[in-house]
Ligand binder design. Structure first.
Ligand SMILES: *[C@@H]1O[C@H](CO)[C@@H](O)[C@H](O)[C@H]1NC(C)=O
Length: 113
């Protein structure tokens, strides 16, 4: 029998971050309000990149894997977006070494109306 407790545990294994409800921003979140069309750059893990961690980028908990020219540009230790109504949301970087999380930061992007 799968109890609520099991379900939570399984969910936690799959998404070990953040452990707060999605309506609250994850810890260490900066909110940035930007104008539409702005190129917003996030930098992450530059101080610990020599520890050979790997940087993963997420948008609202979805792993970002590809760049979309003119919209989103992914790089190892930084990424950028051209702000628009569709890509508003929370961007998270996670620096991992094997399964260990070295650091994580989030940015909440809101459009200035
Ligand atoms: C934002 O600007 C940087 C530096 O000019 C550029 O490398 C990057 O591709 C731009 N981002 C997007 C999503 O076009």
């Amino acid at each position: 029998m799968l109890t609520n407790c099991h379900a939570f545990f399984l969910w936690w294994i799959e998404f070990p971050f953040p452990t707060v409800p999605p309506t609250l921003p994850p810890p260490r979140t900066k909110t940035k309000t930007v104008s539409e069309g702005r190129n917003v750059t996030f930098r992450c893990g530059q101080k610990i990149i020599h520890k050979k961690g790997k940087v993963y980028w997420y948008k609202d908990k979805e792993l970002l894997e590809y760049s979309y020219p003119g919209y989103l540009s992914l790089n190892e230790d930084h990424m950028s977006i051209i702000a628009n109504a569709i890509n508003e949301g929370t961007y998270t970087c996670i620096v991992k070494k094997k399964e260990r999380i070295l650091t994580t930061y989030s940015w909440r992007i809101r459009l200035r109306h």
